[in-house]
Design a protein around this ligand. Structure first.
Ligand code: DAH
Length: 339
């Protein structure tokens, strides 16, 4: 019996030393020391031994188990070391390889213009207002004094969701929302996205941006409007910029005007940017119609106000000399990176 156990030890040690990886080492351990292992089997068979043999073989088996365990421990360390060396070799980092480029984005020119304009008006004491892009026809048209037969109400101009709900076609409904919830004095601008059922071409897009302005207080006059827009135009487009007002019609203002700025590229002589005109149309504006004030719960006998609304794409295109609006929406980084 003793002979057998010693032979088994020799064999086990040999196998352990020959193990090529941690897996086969573990197999060796199970084969000898596991529940069904060879050495465990000897212990199990002790019952059939004589009384003198039993303690001798018992002690021997324990000794052999210790030796095998020790050998497994040592071999395990060696194998682990070898495996680590192998992976380190395989995963060697080539520090001369070019790194992956981190693509940095830039702020979209439309957002840049909006931020700039916000800064200018915040500097004049305005607050920034916000309103929903999905709007009631009541706010987009009715409260703003647009007659039922106004052409902008047409399906061909405005995108409807139901008869009463639409995608706002202008930022002007925010005026009504602010007037209903705030008491004068009111001094706000509202930048935002607007929608119209226009087909896409170099100067039209069904989605674009506007900035609305509204001032309501006692004794607000057209002179305040003109002065404000002049400061805005000079700060936004350059100190030499001139502003001119042309009479116009909007349902929500009376009197109404369109404001043009002198071309800041040619200074008014006529060039490619102003299409030879010397002037660039900037925005619509006017004195808030008494009916609009009334519709929104403000007493027109006590208060007056002015309002204006301008297209952001138009300003961006003029300011950066962009001749096709589609460029602003295609989001080609090669284009956007230039601003
Ligand atoms: N909402 C007008 C438009 O989309 C622009 C506008 C004109 C806004 C005159 C105003 C205004 O507040 O007073 O064409």
């Amino acid at each position: 019996m003793k002979e057998e156990v010693l032979k088994m030890k020799e064999k086990a040690i040999q196998e352990i030393q020959n193990a090529e990886d941690l897996n086969s080492l573990e197999n060796c351990r199970v084969n000898y020391l596991g529940k069904k292992g060879e050495l465990t089997a000897v212990l199990r068979g002790m019952g059939s031994l004589s009384a003198e043999e039993r303690p001798v073989i018992g002690a021997l088996v324990n000794e052999v188990r210790d030796e095998i365990e020790k050998e497994i421990g040592v071999t395990k360390q060696n194998l682990k070391k070898k495996e680590l060396e192998k992976t380190l070799k395989q995963e060697k980092i080539d520090i001369t390889m070019p790194s992956k480029k981190q693509e940095l984005g830039s702020i979209h020119p439309i957002t840049q213009i909006i931020d700039e304009i916000k800064e200018i008006f915040i500097g004049m004491g305005y607050e920034i207002a916000d309103g929903p892009e999905i709007e009631y026809a009541e706010y987009n048209f009715d409260k703003l004094n647009a007659p039922k037969n106004h052409p902008s109400r047409d399906l061909q101009d405005t995108m409807y969701i139901t008869d009463e709900i639409l995608l706002r076609s202008q930022t002007s409904p925010v005026q009504a929302r602010v007037m209903e919830t705030q008491k004068p004095p009111i001094k706000i601008i509202c930048p935002g996205t607007v929608y119209r059922s226009d087909s896409i071409d170099s100067t039209h897009s069904p989605v674009f941006h506007q900035i609305e302005g509204l001032v309501i207080d006692t004794h607000v006059t057209m002179a305040d409007l003109k002065g404000t827009l002049e400061v805005f135009a000079k700060k936004c487009l350059g100190e030499k910029t001139q502003v001119r007002f042309r009479p116009h019609h909007f349902p929500f203002t009376e009197p109404s005007a369109e404001a043009d700025v002198s071309c800041f590229v040619c200074g008014g002589k006529g060039c490619r940017v102003c299409k030879g005109e010397g002037w660039i149309e900037l925005l619509g504006c006017g004195m808030v119609h008494p009916k609009v004030l009334q519709n929104c719960g403000i007493d027109p006998k006590e208060y007056t106000g002015f309002a204006f609304g301008c297209g952001v794409e138009r300003i961006a295109m003029a300011k950066y000399g962009i001749d096709d609006m589609r460029l602003l929406f295609e989001n080609d980084v090669r284009f956007l990176k230039q601003f």
